[in-house]
Design a protein around this ligand. Structure first.
Ligand code: SF4
Length: 279
């Protein structure tokens, strides 16, 4: 493997079989609505923010057109699984309302230094290069602020002790520091919430230079063994395993048919690793 991404690590830990199906190019049966909505909204947000960066902030109508076009693009890529309760028009109207709300309440404290900033960097302690795209980098007096947009049905649940999105925060803040050669002093989750009344919840977290070493070690402790397991699966030394957290992940999985047919595969390279069965 040449590189890893935050989303591939996350998907692998949700279900290594779904990760494997995606990796080997098994056709997805449908595209979850939430995924299509998130991708379309990110395109519209990036369009607006890039305009701000260039000193030509787009009009609301222009960005709404981008949003509509992006949603159409998602539909052309694969069948979006609209439900019966909320059809396409309702979903699109709700997205437009959310975008307008975000736009009307947007406050950038500093200047836009990067939008959809590509990261290709080997972080200290990592065996492989990371590939990522950072939604927004803001240049502030005290350093950079890195911001990630999430489009969600509910506001982010914070956990001060064990943040399940910690890997993304560490990878992107430390990655930006290395590639843009300036300290990152804060990280911000900007959660666009698809509630009946649209809302944007901001969650700003301090990024401290004295935490850098420990954070990178914590990230390496997740990424390096995961990448090793991924490589073993791709080389046939190890099997992917269907998640046993069925209720959490399988309902919306686009590989349900392939999964139902999956009978496993005997690892090619490790018969010695299989335990001997008692008679
Ligand atoms: S249906 Fe469930 S177990 Fe099967 S690939 Fe999808 S997430 Fe994994």
């Amino acid at each position: 493997m040449q590189s890893w991404s935050v989303s591939s690590i996350r998907q692998f830990h949700q279900c290594s079989l779904a990760w494997f199906f995606k990796r080997i190019g098994v056709r997805e049966e449908f595209k979850p609505v939430a995924l299509a909505e998130g991708a379309a909204m990110h395109e519209a947000l990036a369009h607006h923010l890039r305009g701000m960066q260039d000193g030509k902030t787009p009009t609301e109508e222009e960005s709404i057109e981008i949003l509509e076009g992006a949603m159409l693009g998602q539909e052309l890529e694969g069948e979006v699984a609209y439900g019966e309760r909320r059809g396409r028009d309702t979903i699109l109207e709700r997205l437009k309302g959310l975008f307008r709300h975000w736009r009307a309440n947007l406050k950038i404290e500093g200047t836009v230094a990067g939008v959809e900033q590509e990261l290709r960097v080997r972080l200290p302690g990592q065996t492989h290069e990371m590939l990522g795209f950072v939604d927004l980098v803001i240049d502030r007096k005290d350093g950079f602020e890195v911001c990630d947009h999430k489009v969600s049905a509910s506001r982010r649940q914070t956990d001060e002790l064990l943040d399940y999105h910690d890997g993304q925060k560490v990878a992107y803040t430390r990655g930006i520091e290395l590639t843009m050669n300036r300290p990152v002093t804060s990280w911000r989750w900007s959660v666009l919430t698809k509630t009946v009344k649209p809302a944007v919840h901001e969650d700003r977290l301090e990024v401290r230079s004295e935490d850098r070493v420990a954070e990178l070690q914590r990230l390496a402790a997740v990424v390096n063994p995961t990448v090793r397991q991924m490589e073993e699966i791709l080389s046939g030394e190890r099997q992917p395993v269907p998640t046993q957290a069925y209720a959490r992940f399988c309902g919306g999985c686009p590989f349900r048919m392939a999964c139902a047919r999956w009978t496993g595969a005997v690892p090619q390279a490790s018969p010695r690793a299989l335990p001997a069965l008692s008679p």
